[in-house]
Design a protein. Sequence first.
Length: 563
Amino acid sequence: MKKVKIGILLFSIGLLSLTFAFKEDLFLVSKNLDVFASLYKEININYVEETNPTGLMRTGIDAMLEGLDPYTEYIPESEIEDYKLKYVSTQYGGIGAGTLFIEGKLFVNEVSEGNPANKQGIKPGDQIVKINGIDTKGKDRGQISQLLRGPKGSSLSLVIIREGAVLNKTIIREEIKQPNVSYSGILDNQIGYIRLDKFLENSGQEVATALENINKEKPKGIILDLRNNGGGILQEAVKIVNLFVDKNILVVTQKGRNPEKTIAYKTVNQPVSPQVPLIVLVNGSSASASEIVAGALQDLDRAIIIGQRSYGKGLVQQTFNLPYNSLVKVTVAKYYTPSGRCIQALDYSHKDKNGEAEKFADSVMKAYDTRAGRTVYNGNGVYPDVFVEPTKFSPITISLINKNLLFDYANSYKKTNKEITNVKTFQLSDVDYTQFVNSLADKDYSYTSRTERLLSDLRTEAENENKLVAVKADLEELKSKMLSAKKTDLITHKAEIKRVLETQIISRYYFEKGKIEQAFQYDKEIVQAKTLFNNHSQMLAILKGDGAFKTIGSPLKSLTSEN
């Protein structure tokens, strides 16, 4: 009885302390609001020049939030629709066409199959001169987006230039749906494949539908592709994990400073595919909800993760209403996978002299156990069970992409080649590639390579140390050899340039679906997944943690390939 009384007393003291702390926080908030309001008022009334009250306030808000993290942001009423499209909904009123600027001119770069632009014959390469009578010259991307979007059923007029001819198009906007699952189906060897691009509304149901269709084919394994998926709604991630694991299993726990934000999420339904072997693909752009799915399935030893270390975003945001139809999205908690680890990679509470968040040091990372006793670590994303070297583009390929020279050739290829028969095996011939190289004869695709930058830095250092005379001849010789090597870059990097060019070309015939199917033949992660599905004992060894698979992503490893 005495212990009970002591416990009650300690609880009461703790509650009283929290109350006092809460009241002190409220006092400081109220005090600082008064100071800020008075300051804002005096500046707008007394400053020598005319002020912009809205601009001043936005600057103040953005500066305040910048000191926190990049995910806490203010959304004024004018940006609400863009916010919903980015973080919540997959639908908007529009025509289903993507655009890009080339030398100040607006061009169509992609068209979605079956949507209004496609129905009215809009093609990649068309230059858009006017939208509803408004000249596109001088407009930015945000303004173009506002002009193209509008209520379902509303009319849109375009003036376009195609091969020198001026065309007028009238298009009726429709509800454009951007599915979370951009592709699903059966690959060769009876392997199911689901590509999930985002975790917005209905993503859980979309994956469930895709999974049910795949299960009808009795697959011997399923690939869930989360590469380049930046995340979205946490609850949708829980639903997706639930498709593969039993009911009443902990998937993720969010913990915040406010006790009300501490919530444990468990599976609530019977799974759709509890036994089929599962592989999840991730890369450095897989973040947030993607990491919840990958991390939970890894901790529960339900799936093998293939690819590269994920981004490392272990923070949860919640949106709150503000006056005048505005919103604020606030980081309210961190999330923790079933083993108890938080995969957040950047420490926003500690920033360097430039205001950049620092990575958590390897020395503070802790080990956690998966259900089968494998060792995983916190503080740096989800490390894959099977690491695959990432594909990196050479400087010349990046230059060709950035200067839209691949875009131009893809358009000309479509003019002279009316069809492509087999999308999955399509490859550009050597003759076609030679034509592409010849088309660059009068084009500027210059770039500065990393070696050239290093040579420039070395020359500067030599000048600073008064040693330039001694090494000048050697530097000039290296520069000459470098320039000679660059002349053959179109041949040296032929394979990767061809792959990127093929993607551009195939989209002119088979849209987004075609791009995905054609790229399968080059996909190293999918090749690795297929190899594992054909080696059941190896899959079991990984999931059980045998030998080298006991520890996943140890911070003690010096793997330069993952950086």
